[in-house]
Design a protein around this ligand. Structure first.
Ligand SMILES: *Cc1c(COP(=O)(O)O)cnc(C)c1O
Length: 412
């Protein structure tokens, strides 16, 4: 690898000079990344949940190309354009009912910051100035900016060293399969005492992603919705990872048939083509918030909007629901049997997400080298080896991913 890359280019969750080898990608098409030596690997990560239709989708490509020729960018303050109007309309139509106001931004973390600001301002304007804190289950991940960091898991959340400078929020028992009642009881006892200082609860529905790939029961979401309303707390649902079909429903909220007061979207919103995110609210929230002092320079970027509009069309015009079921079935058939291996703690599957949790930490470099040799790109971290493949991944390609995972697991 190029020495400038190693000594000067900072990568996510890494140091410079970089100690973990990076792999040069020459091009990407469908589910395949072509690496430097023309070795092809299947992207079992969908580039961190985002590339749901695979790379170089002809419909999204052509939508963006024609957008470039008409207008790549224009400021959103005082100006508007059809692409932004169309994305907002689409999001209102497909997200849980009641959510009909859309704030566009440029990344998931910013969408979360906006949601937190909205929640505090909502209560401020209702003369509840003391409601400025948040409650969230342990094990969550909401991004790496300051507000978002403050609601990530305080221990596993990768941001421990900032705990002294972050606002202190309330962390409650994390929901896992079969423990909804205990987790809800913990939430309720926290709210009973502290609801006067809490603006909102924030959580990832059905699956906690980067905080541990934890899948939990829908009863927890049903209970959370009820308890939040009962204690006068807004509910912010962060669907940045779960949105756009990943869990088998268009949005994770639909597993429990709930509507949050505020919803965050990102990642797969543009099919992984551009960085773009959105924060949606219902009428009550928007009315009480009034003027929101937030305005990213690239808010509503026309090129990103063209990708989002095309990606949502491609998704809705596909048989995404039966397709995710197909992926879920294969992941389940192939990975569940790994539970009988001694070094494996648990296998968890939902929608197009397959997670193998080991009892001990996985050596990321060794595992990754092996996986690449077998033609698969995954990014194991901690004790977790997992995949969330593009929705267009074919059966034989899925088997290639799962068999590579099996080989890695059996050799640990
Ligand atoms: C990735 C992620 C974020 C942060 O999004 P960025 O685009 O990386 O800023 C927030 N919440 C969840 C649930 C995520 O998965």
């Amino acid at each position: 690898m190029n020495s400038f890359e190693i000594s000067n280019v900072w990568h996510p969750y890494a140091r410079v000079p970089n100690e973990v080898p990076t792999h040069l990608v020459k091009s990407a098409k469908g589910v395949y990344l072509t690496l430097e030596n023309n070795h092809k690997v299947i992207d079992g990560m969908s580039s961190w949940w985002s590339v749901i239709h695979g790379y170089s989708n002809p419909i999204i490509n052509s939508a963006m190309k024609s957008q470039i020729d008409s207008m790549s960018h224009v400021m959103f303050g005082g100006l508007t354009h059809q692409g932004a109007i169309d994305v907002c309309k689409k999001l209102v139509n497909i997200t849980p009912k009641g959510l009909n106001k859309v704030f566009l931004s440029d990344s998931g973390s910013v969408a979360v910051e906006v949601a937190l600001k909205i929640a505090i301002q909502y209560w401020h304007n209702k003369n509840h100035n003391s409601k400025t804190r948040f409650v969230t289950p342990r094990g969550g991940y909401h991004g790496d900016t300051f507000g978002a960091m403050s609601v990530c898991d305080p221990v596993n959340g990768m941001h421990e060293i900032f705990s002294g400078v972050l606002p202190q929020h309330f962390f409650v028992k994390r929901p896992t399969k079969g423990n909804s009642e205990a987790a809800l009881n913990d939430l309720e006892s926290t709210l009973k005492v502290n609801h006067n200082s809490i603006a909102a609860m924030i959580l990832e529905p059905i699956v906690q992603g980067a905080g541990g790939m934890n899948i939990y029961d829908k009863d927890y979401l049903v209970g959370v919705r009820k308890i939040c309303s009962q204690y006068n707390i807004l509910l912010i649902v962060d669907e940045i990872a779960t949105g756009f079909g990943r869990t088998g429903k268009l949005f994770g909220c639909e597993h429990a048939n709930i509507s949050p007061d505020i919803l965050c979207l990102g990642k797969a919103l543009t099919g992984g083509y551009m960085s773009m995110a959105a924060t949606l609210t219902n009428d009550d929230v928007a009315q009480n918030v009034g003027v929101l002092m937030h305005g990213p320079t690239f808010m509503g970027n026309p090129l990103a909007c063209s990708a989002a509009n095309a990606s949502i069309e491609v998704l809705l015009n596909s048989k995404w629901e039966s397709n995710i079921k197909r992926i879920e079935q294969i992941l389940s058939n192939e990975l569940m049997p790994l539970q009988s291996i001694k070094s494996v703690k648990e296998v968890r599957i939902i929608g197009a997400i397959g997670v193998v949790e080991m009892k001990n930490n996985i050596n990321m470099k060794d595992a990754q080298d092996k996986l690449i040799d077998m033609g698969v790109w995954l990014r194991p971290y901690g004790k977790l080896l997992y995949t969330m493949p593009p929705f267009v991944t074919k059966d034989d390609e899925l088997y290639k991913i799962t068999s590579a995972m099996k080989t890695v697991v059996s050799n640990l």
